[in-house]
Each structure stands twice: as structure tokens, then as C-alpha cells.
Write a protein that binds this ligand. Structure first.
Ligand code: TRP
Ligand code: SF4
Length: 566
């Protein structure tokens, strides 16, 4: 059972209510899993998603299409809509384009063989690495042990297989980092710190944990939080986590925790009092309307004016808080114009605050709120804010810095004073592959998936006996065309076999829906390509053995253990 995380987390930065994606030749088989009627994002659940559109509406995942035009040479999984969603991916795209620091990280629970579904994530990590991101691949062994009850022997064996496949597909181990959760001390330290910002009540709300949940399972959650932020231990940087949408609750919690560790929160404000985002929008409306005929003036508020009061007032009366309250109560204010969903309650709250501030002039400013700063860090921040500023007990207002400049300054001071300065991590989400036998692709049902360790001939056979989107008879198929959108074999082409060749994927699709392609031949072609892929992968895995042996990853954990499953 999974519920939404705290909606306040990202305030309103996440898109809501997006339209569904137009599907043309973007035939990713998303409909094949239709049937279930609720969306639940459960990291330890069955990993099927009945309706990807609901993920945008209910969870605020953003549509990938919206950033796609900004991605330089997008991966074919992006072009084909297999990667369908993201959370705040833009900073990573910008960093890759500008050659700035950025990172990619994903993790794998070693519960079975790596299969072609995992290959998507391997490819995503490698693609980002090739574009300059610091790349991390981790083995979620603590999670596999505590949440799935695997023994350490099993975990060691599978861990090895995941790493070999990741290397075989092109992960550059000299440039990148591979680790196991269980033997990464720095990671455990970070998990411990993050744990002090997480509450059990949130675990209940987010993951449905209860009094029966084992403490080790909870520890594996804070460990994953640490995984997600680990690339930033050597400095804050945009980081993308490529995962399936079932991991979104983890991403949201990690974004929350990252924010909670920050020393300062930078916001915008119009006056000395605190207002939330909606109230600020309301006040902003009043300010914009009233300041059109009266330029802002200096005020003299605050406990301590640090830099004089002269702010270039060019005459005219300042807009005062009470004027703004009057304006909001007059007929001139139209809530609907704000474009965001502002309740009457927010308007009333804004009016009340404005009335309480009375004659204080309204002036836009950027505010640093003290969240976790030590006294020295807060003092150092006050020192460092240049230009006109006002200092209050738990915040500083600056009139000279933009929000971006303020963010940068706050982060710098935080890091100088022993903080992490975390940037909220980003994510990209891919569709789950349909199982070859229909339904979901599952590690525990061998015929439903193709393992990356499968014998090439077995791979060939599995494709040959896969379910298709074909019609009952060849005649009908010629007449009506096949249903490529519901065909697991077509998915194999789109997700893997066509590789970077969009033309090829499109031809298969067009020929199928146009009735020119019949399933027998189509599967034969796919089965051969699969066999070739598996043969090549097998060779590359053999070559990767040597690289793996050189790596600093202990594959004989030799741990004692008590398995538990909850
Ligand atoms: N929970 C993930 C899974 O079930 C594995 C994982 C652990 C992970 N840490 C991670 C994924 C960090 C992404 C990022 O597969
Ligand atoms: Fe699937 Fe190929 Fe048959 Fe079309 S022709 S339904 S893609 S197997």
C-alpha cells in the first residue's frame, strides 16, 4: 500500500495536470498492461502501472516530452517514449550541455538474474556517463537481504552478475564508481545523518510501514536515501536517478530529505513577515497592481538595518501593506487571473498578514531563512550578503541579490561550515516491459523475461514462443493489421533489438499495423536478433571478468546473516 508523500515538499515546482502523451509511432506497449484500475507506486510491490497518465496527474511526475527538445542527442529510449517521465531533469540536461558537474546513479537489488528490463537502466547510466556525468552503479544488497530475505551467498552471486552485465554493456569502471551498500562506510554514515531528518510517521504514510515492519527494512530505506545523495558527497551537483516509476516514492522522499538538511532556505518575500507560496502570489498581484503608479520606497523595518535605508526612492508614496489589503478586498482583484489554484482562504490569510503589518511598505526581496545553520554559519551568511539587507532573528532579507545569487551564496556558506549543500536529486522514469507471456515481466517467471545470462538459443526460443499482438488468422492480420501497441515482440524491437535505428523500429511498426508483416516472420527476425544480442553480450561479459577482478568490490561478503522478509 502506498500513499503520496508530503505535497508541500516541492511546493508548486512540479507540474500538475499534464495532458496525456500523443502516441504515434511511439509504440511502447504501454497499453499492454491496462486492466488494473488504481495507481499505487510501491517499491516492493508488483511493479505494474495500469495507466501512465495517472502518474502525471496524481504524483506530479512530469512528462518527458516536455524536456526532450532540450536533451542533446537523446537516447533512443527517450525518443521512443520508453522513458516517459521525469522529475526535475532539466538541471541535469543543462549541466550536460554546459559541461558542468553532474551525476547519474542507479541501484539494483540482486534478487535474481539481471534481465532485459535491467538493461534499460544499465543503458541509461552508461549514456549519461558518456555525456560527462559521474556515473554510479550500486548493488542494493542491504535491501535485498532485509526486504526480500536473500541470503548473503545468493546476494554475492547475483551482485557479480549485475556488475558483469553493466560492465559488458559499456560502463567505464575507471571513470565511474561501483559499490555495494553493505561495504560502503561513507554511505552508511550519510544514511545515519539523513535518518535524523526522517520520521517513522512518514515511512508509514509513504510506504505503508507499520509496527510489524522490521527495523532493517527501514534502515534499507535510509540507505537508499543515502545512495541517491551519495554522488553529492564530493560537492553538490545535479544528479539523475534512472528508475522505474515504482521508485518515485523514494525519489520524492530523497528530495525532501535533501531540502531538510539545508542550512538555509531561500525564498522570496514582499515584507518582513512570512507568507507561503500562495499568499506570496496573492500579495504579488496587489503589489504589481499598486506599484504601477507608485514606485517602491524605503521602509525602515527590521531589527537592524545594515546598509542604510537609501534605496533610490524617486519620490511618490510607497505601496503599504494596508493598501494592498484594501486592494485585495476591493472588487479589482480577480483570483482566477493568477493562473494557479488560489483558495479564498489563502487570500484571507494574505489580507490578515498585510493588515497586521499596517504601514510597512511592500518591497520585493529575497529571503534567507535559517533552517539548520549553526550560529557561526548564520553570522557568516549575514556578513557575506552584500548590498542592502535587513537582519531579523531567524532570517535575512536581501534587496540586492537575485534568487539564484542568493541560492549560490547560501550553498557556499553551508559547505564552508560543514553542511552538504545538496541539490534536490532528479529522476527519469521508464516504462516497464511487458512479459513475453503477456502480463508483467517478472524475475521469478523465467518464460516472462529474457535474462542477460540466458543461453542465446534459449533466448531465441523464448522470443519464438512469445505472445504477440497478432490476429487470429493471417488473413485477418492482412486485413486489419497487427496490434503492435499490445505486442511484447514489438516492444522487444523498440526497447532493445532496433538499437539506435529509429527507421527500423518504425518500419516494423508500420508494416505490422499496415498488415504487411505477419507474426511468424516477425518473431523469427526478432528471435535471431535476440540470439545475436545474447551471444555478443556473453562474450563481453567474459571480457568484463577481468575488469571486475581489478575492481574494489568485495564479492565474497562472508557475512553471517539472519534472513527476514517483510
Ligand atoms: N530500491 C531499488 C530497487 O528496488 C534499488 C535501489 C537501491 C536504488 N538504492 C537505489 C535505485 C538508489 C535507485 C537509486 O530496485
Ligand atoms: Fe507483434 Fe510482429 Fe505480430 Fe506485429 S507482426 S503483432 S509486431 S509479432
Amino acid at each position: 500500500m502506498t500513499r503520496d508523500t508530503d505535497p508541500r515538499a516541492d511546493e508548486r515546482t512540479d507540474a500538475d495536470g499534464l495532458e496525456s502523451t500523443e502516441r504515434t509511432a511511439r509504440t511502447d506497449g504501454g497499453e499492454a498492461t491496462a486492466g488494473a484500475d488504481s495507481v499505487a507506486l510501491d517499491p516492493w510491490g508488483s511493479s505494474t502501472v495500469s495507466d501512465y497518465r495517472k502518474l502525471f496527474e496524481e504524483f506530479g511526475i512530469e512528462e518527458f516530452d516536455e524536456v526532450l527538445p532540450e536533451v542533446p542527442n537523446p537516447h533512443y529510449l527517450m525518443r521512443r517514449g520508453v522513458i516517459f517521465g521525469h522529475r526535475d531533469y532539466r538541471p541535469v540536461v543543462d549541466a550536460m550541455r554546459e559541461g558542468d558537474d553532474c551525476a547519474v546513479l542507479s541501484g539494483f537489488m540482486p534478487t535474481g538474474d539481471p534481465h532485459i528490463g535491467h538493461k534499460l537502466v544499465f543503458d541509461e547510466i552508461i549514456w549519461h556517463q558518456e555525456r560527462g556525468a559521474d556515473a554510479y552503479g550500486l548493488i542494493a544488497d542491504l535491501e535485498a537481504h532485509s526486504a526480500r530475505g536473500l541470503s548473503w551467498e545468493e546476494i554475492d552471486e547475483h551482485a557479480r552478475d549485475y556488475l558483469l552485465s553493466l560492465l559488458a554493456l559499456g560502463f567505464d569502471a575507471e571513470e565511474g564508481t561501483l559499490y555495494r551498500q553493505s561495504d560502503n562506510r561513507e554511505l552508511q554514515d550519510l544514511a545515519f545523518e539523513l535518518g535524523s531528518k526522517a520520521r517513522f510517521s512518514e515511512f508509514e504514510a509513504i510506504y505503508g510501514f507499520d509496527g510489524e515492519t522490521s527495523v532493517s527494512h527501514m534502515q534499507s530505506v535510509v540507505t537508499q536515501m543515502a545512495d541517491i545523495l551519495y554522488p553529492q558527497l564530493d560537492g553538490p551537483k545535479p544528479t539523475v536517478i534512472p528508475v522505474g516509476p515504482d521508485q518515485d516514492p523514494h525519489v520524492r522522499l530523497a528530495r525532501d530529505l535533501a531540502a531538510r538538511t539545508r542550512f538555509f532556505k531561500v525564498t522570496e518575500a514582499y515584507a518582513s513577515f512570512e507568507a507561503d507560496a500562495l499568499e506570496r502570489d496573492v500579495i504579488g498581484e496587489a503589489y504589481a497592481a499598486l506599484s504601477a503608479d507608485a514606485p517602491a520606497a524605503s521602509d525602515g523595518e527590521g531589527d537592524e538595518a545594515e546598509n542604510g535605508d537609501e534605496d533610490g526612492t524617486t519620490g511618490g508614496e510607497p505601496v503599504r501593506c494596508e493598501d494592498a489589503a484594501d486592494w485585495l478586498e476591493s472588487g479589482e482583484f480577480d483570483r482566477a487571473r493568477l493562473g494557479v489554484d488560489v483558495s479564498q482562504a489563502a487570500v484571507e490569510a494574505a489580507i490578515e498578514k498585510l493588515r497586521a503589518a499596517g504601514k510597512e511598505p511592500l518591497r520585493p526581496r529575497v529571503r534567507f531563512l535559517d533552517r539548520n545553520a549553526t550560529e557561526e554559519a548564520f553570522e557568516a551568511l549575514i556578513e557575506a550578503v552584500e548590498g542592502e539587507k535587513r537582519v531579523f532573528e531567524a532570517h535575512v532579507d536581501t534587496f540586492a541579490l537575485s534568487r539564484e545569487e542568493a541560492e549560490e551564496l547560501a550553498r557556499g556558506i553551508e559547505i564552508e561550515h560543514g553542511g552538504y549543500g545538496f541539490v534536490p536529486p532528479s529522476s527519469v522514469y521508464h516504462r516497464f516491459m511487458t512479459g513475453l507471456t503477456g502480463g508483467k515481466m517478472s524475475s521469478s517467471v523465467p518464460a516472462s523475461h529474457i535474462s542477460l545470462l540466458d543461453d542465446p538459443e534459449d533466448g531465441y526460443d523464448k522470443v519464438k514462443s512469445a505472445t504477440t499482438g497478432g490476429r487470429e488468422t493471417a488473413e485477418l492480420q492482412r486485413e486489419l493489421g497487427g496490434e503492435a501497441d499490445k505486442c511484447p515482440v514489438y516492444e522487444l524491437y523498440a526497447y532493445l533489438l532496433a538499437g539506435d535505428d529509429d527507421e527500423f523500429a518504425k518500419t516494423v511498426y508500420d508494416e505490422c499495423v499496415g498488415g504487411e508483416r505477419l507474426c511468424g516472420d516477425c518473431k523469427e527476425q526478432a528471435a535471431r536478433l535476440m540470439r545475436e544480442f545474447l551471444e555478443e553480450h556473453r562474450e563481453k561479459r567474459a571480457e568484463a571478468e577481468e575488469v571486475l577482478a581489478e575492481l574494489d568490490v568485495d564479492l565474497h561478503s562472508n557475512r553471517r546473516g539472519v534472513t527476514s522478509e517483510d
